[in-house]
Design a protein around this ligand. Structure first.
Ligand SMILES: [Zn+2]
Ligand SMILES: [Zn+2]
Length: 420
């Protein structure tokens, strides 16, 4: 029965047989953000494209190749958001949230868009959850943000992950380090991929992040950023580590984490699945003290993280974790004959008004087909209403688990079900 139209390439439908998994993760995320008193911020799906060009950087892959950029009817240049941090910081500045109490701890949920080559676990519309704390450069804030991500994964039951942390320093440390990297990579110039040759000029740190095999091999022996941190950044990084130890959060240091985006500084971290292969980052985050200024605000330090739903679901499926079960109604109503069918609408409404979930299949007529539907629905009870029951103002309640049934007064049905 496949129709003429298909979902756009690189996108997918979240079908009713899968959506409970998304709801489960959303709920768990909301629960953990509540524990930390983070509050939700919802920004538009599209923004002025300049926001991403100025923050993510015009020479980044995201802006250069992957952004869904378009003009509206008045010729405004807009973009479907490729990531969540820049819009949140834009809103933070615009609404003066720094002046409002308890407005610096934010979380968001929603779709992001990148025109990427579709492959397993990578989509053009993908769903992210994320947290931003815009207020402070204190390493205690970094540690708390990391602990939120950690607790989220733990609460989902995920066991197979590793926290990797790094410090990528500040612009003061980076100056020296960029020169060191340049000296290191230049002899290998002809072996680097074409992207990395450009990166070496504009942002040599990003060569460390390249996924191309030959680049990876060359980068493996590159000098470590950690040897070039200035005193301030060094102390910041050790404090983050001390705090994580204090909170019993295991971690390893991975000097190769640089984060693809230009506005990151100091702390960078990833939660990585150790058994998933190439696409193995569950959550990526870090500090972005320079972002607010780049978006025309005043200097405002921030730290946050984001992760994708798709990979999280994949991980949970790999570990055979529960998503809390599919949605099932408590009651299935079986109405036999026209009079019962008419009365069923009244009864359905009464049950639903009282907070009892109930389903019915109006297309099925016979007892047999309706009972089959009731069993397939996995409801706890079937209520069976026929002409005979109507005349005696009664209804049959059948326990679908053990098959036992009982005749009850139609007026008492809500009370009866509440007790059951
Ligand atoms: Zn520094
Ligand atoms: Zn490369």
């Amino acid at each position: 029965m496949a129709g003429k139209y298909k979902v756009p390439r690189g996108t997918f439908d979240i079908l009713p047989t899968e959506s409970y998994k998304w709801q489960f993760i959303t709920e768990k995320f909301r629960q953990v953000t509540k524990l930390f008193n983070y509050r939700e911020i919802v920004t538009p799906i599209f923004e002025s494209s300049e926001i991403f060009e100025r923050s993510v950087g015009e020479d980044s892959d995201i802006v250069e190749k992957e952004m869904y950029k378009f003009e509206d009817k008045k010729g405004r240049s807009l973009a479907l958001r490729p990531e969540g941090t820049a819009p949140v910081v834009r809103s933070f500045i615009e609404n003066g949230l720094n002046l409002q109490p308890n407005a610096s701890k934010l979380y968001y949920l929603g779709p992001m868009f990148r025109y990427d080559r579709p492959q397993k676990g990578r989509y053009r519309q993908f769903y992210q959850y994320g947290v931003e704390n815009i207020s402070s450069n204190d390493p205690f804030v970094d540690s708390e943000v990391i602990s939120l991500a950690y607790l989220f994964l733990k609460n989902l039951g995920i066991a197979d992950f590793e926290l990797q942390i790094n410090s990528i320093g500040c612009s003061n440390c980076t100056k020296d380090y960029d020169a060191v990297l340049n000296r290191y990579f230049t002899p290998f110039l002809s072996d680097l991929c074409s992207d990395c040759r450009k990166r070496l000029v504009k942002n040599p740190k990003r060569v460390l992040d390249c996924k191309v095999k030959t680049c990876k091999k060359i980068a493996a022996k590159a000098p470590s950023m950690l040897d070039y941190l200035d005193k301030n950044c060094n102390e910041h990084f050790s404090q983050v580590q001390d705090n994580l130890k204090l909170m019993d959060i295991p971690f390893v240091i991975n000097p190769k984490i640089v984060r693809g985006l230009d506005y990151y500084s100091q702390t960078a971290f990833e939660f990585v699945v150790t058994s998933l292969g190439a696409q193995n980052t569950l959550i990526g985050g870090g500090r972005y003290d320079g972002l607010s200024e780049q978006l025309g605000g005043k200097q405002m330090p921030g730290v946050g993280f984001a992760g994708g739903f798709e990979r999280l679901i994949q991980s949970m499926e790999n570990e055979k974790l529960s998503f809390g079960g599919e949605q099932i109604p408590s009651i299935y109503l079986v109405a036999l004959g026209n009079k019962a069918r008419v009365y069923s609408l009244k009864l359905l409404m009464e049950l639903r008004r009282n907070g009892i979930s109930v389903d019915i299949d109006f297309d099925k007529i016979s007892m047999n087909s309706q009972m089959k539907a009731a069993n397939r629905s996995k409801a706890d009870f079937a209520l069976i209403l026929g002409a005979e029951e109507l005349t005696t103002q009664s209804i049959i309640c059948k326990d679908l688990k053990n098959g036992e049934q009982e005749k009850i007064n139609l007026k008492e049905v809500v009370n009866y079900l509440r007790i059951r």
